[in-house]
Design a protein around this ligand. Structure first.
Ligand code: FAD
Ligand code: NAD
Length: 510
């Protein structure tokens, strides 16, 4: 919805165009781009019709604002008059009207819960939903009783804390066995501790204003076989704490991930290096008081302020240890986060990112994604199909395959680009293929120079059937595919034609 590229983006026929089966974007009128919307919100025009007054909105009142020229929508408890925004919505008016006069939170979460609508729609804020009077539990009608029962899902974690003279340990009991250091994200900011633990599709939050000061460095350890996470804080003063602190917003809550907002921390730009003529490797440093590891196949959102509005775009961190086993010395793990990002000169976000100076800050969200590492278990042949920057998720998958998959016989990358100059880390890939016999790479160009004597064209049955040769007749296979949406869609269609099942394919999509 809100903060996605404007109108004609992706332009009809553009390589970035969203798939037909995915969320579609509609052509918008001239002068209705995201930048035009930002300009309108800054013009001082009264966009709510309430002259800046904020009101409490009852459900009954909300329902009456259900027309295009009088359309209110509730998102996460706040009500917005979205009529002025209708013509600017990249998903089209019809899509927005689906939530007219109603609570659009679920619809919004389904499509793009990461969009920072608070910033984009702040001039459209009408007010808050009025809180309904509480009904004593025993009095609830039957239909509502079921709503109050815990939904199906993992059982709620719990926490405890204990101290020594110099440290305070917060122990989170997840009641799950398959957790690791990726499962928890900890941020210590201005005396408050925020620890979010991900368990399946749920999130458990510890959020506390600590009662005493602690040092910014802390450690996190996971005791996998009992599903326990310890966060060990170092006291500033060796005094005994009477309590851990005060609960803050949503402390001790356990909710589905899609119902949580994204949390950001400010990261510093440490270096920026050209990789191709238009792609750079950005290195960001996490704050010392953050523990965050991005799981393989996951992405994060970067947030920057562009002409006063917050713009958010997704990016996939890459590990530099795999392909830059060539990069010595290896950077200290978990403090730096690397991104390969293509700069589109007329794009909204990337030119702004490219203008940052070393030492400037970018906000980085917690990771998101649905890639399941468990799908790689016992896989013998792994095929990676990447186009353009769709290469980025493959970097960590490749790294994982070569270092952690004992069953692996072969991993092959088919990398589609327009020209030779567009191939990211070509030399590193070739060196890796030379060094590790399990790995092979093939480059396919869609707009090669006459000198190119390698493979050419777009993803096709001929290219795929030649490439997808198993190392053994009945070997267990898995395929990953990522690139511009038409590429990914077409690739997945062709893979189905070649009799690969959905279980054997992971398509990285928006
Ligand atoms: P945009 O404003 O989105 O524009 C991109 C291109 O479209 C430009 O050429 C622009 O001219 C054209 N365009 C824009 N508006 C119009 C219009 N109205 N008409 C015609 N053409 C138009 N990218 C990476 O480089 N690295 C990554 O690791 C990465 N990871 C991603 C992970 C995920 C899960 C997803 C969904 C995307 C990822 N992307 C990645 C893509 C990234 O999120 C952005 O889409 C990309 O950086 C472009 O952003 P932008 O705002 O600069 O450009
Ligand atoms: P690009 O325009 O340079 O194209 C690279 C190659 O993609 C082309 O050479 C061609 O072989 C293929 N291709 C492009 N359009 C095609 C079409 N219509 N049909 C079939 N094949 C086509 O690519 P780019 O500018 O680097 O864009 C990369 C895309 O990957 C972006 O859309 C980005 O959003 C996406 N991406 C997604 C993720 C994710 O996790 N979902 C991660 C990174 C990048």
């Amino acid at each position: 919805m809100l903060n996605v590229p404007s109108q004609a983006f992706p332009a009809p026929g553009s390589q970035q165009r969203v798939a037909s089966q995915g969320r579609s974007k509609v052509p918008l009128k001239q002068g209705r781009s995201l930048m035009d919307w930002i300009r309108l919100t800054k013009s001082g025009k009264d966009l709510t019709g309430l002259k800046g007054r904020l009101i409490e909105v009852t459900e009954e009142e909300l329902k009456t604002h259900n027309k295009k020229d009088d359309c209110w929508i509730c998102i996460r408890g706040l009500v917005y008059n979205v009529s002025p925004y209708m013509e600017y919505h990249p998903g089209g008016e019809e899509e927005l009207m689906r939530a007219a006069g109603a609570d659009g939170t679920d619809l919004f979460n389904e499509v793009h819960r990461w969009v920072n609508y608070e910033s984009m729609l702040k001039e459209c804020l009408v007010g808050r939903m009025a809180v309904k009077p509480a009904v004593p539990k025993g009095m609830l009608p039957k239909s509502q009783v079921t709503d109050t029962l815990p939904r199906e899902g993992p059982s709620s974690p719990s926490y405890d804390w204990f101290q020594t003279e110099s440290s305070v340990t917060i122990a989170i009991y997840t009641k799950q066995k398959n957790i690791n250091l990726d499962s928890v994200i900890v941020d210590l900011q201005g005396g408050s501790l925020r620890a979010e633990t991900f368990i399946k599709d749920h999130s458990y939050l510890i959020h506390i204003g600590l009662s005493h000061e602690v040092q910014e460095n802390f450690s996190v350890r996971v005791i996998e076989n009992v599903g326990k996470i310890d966060i060990v804080l170092q006291k500033r003063e060796n005094i005994s704490w009477k309590c851990l602190g005060q609960p803050l917003e949503k402390h001790d809550s356990f909710i589905t991930k899609k119902d949580t907002g994204l949390f950001y921390r400010r990261c510093q730009l440490i270096s920026k290096e050209d990789v191709t003529h238009d792609t750079r490797l950005f290195c960001l440093m996490l704050p010392p008081s953050t523990h965050l590891q991005v799981p393989v196949g996951y992405h994060v959102y970067l947030k920057l302020s562009v002409t006063g509005a917050e713009i958010v775009k997704p990016y996939t961190p890459v590990s530099v240890s795999s392909l830059s086993g060539f990069r010595e010395p290896a950077p200290p793990p978990n403090k730096y986060i690397y991104f390969l990002i293509k700069i589109y000169p007329d794009g909204l976000f990337t030119p702004e990112l490219d203008r940052l100076q070393i030492g400037d800050f970018v906000s980085v969200s917690s990771p998101e994604g649905n890639f399941k590492l468990s799908k790689l278990q016992e896989v013998e042949d792994l095929f990676l199909l990447a186009a353009g920057t769709g290469f980025t998720p493959m970097v960590n998958v490749l790294n994982y395959a070569l270092t952690c998959m004992s069953s692996l016989r072969k991993v092959k990358l088919m990398f589609f680009n327009k020209t030779e100059d567009d191939i990211i880390w070509r030399c590193e890939l070739e060196k890796l293929a030379f060094k590790d016999k399990r790995f092979d790479t093939e480059f396919v160009l869609s707009a090669p120079s006459p000198e190119w004597n390698g493979k050419q064209g777009h993803v096709s049955p001929a290219l795929l059937s030649e490439f997808l040769q198993r190392s053994l007749e009945n070997s267990r296979v898995f395929l990953c595919i990522c690139g511009p949406t038409p590429f990914t869609d077409e690739g997945i269609r062709l893979l189905h034609d070649l009799n690969f099942s959905n279980d054997e394919i992971h398509g990285f999509t928006a």
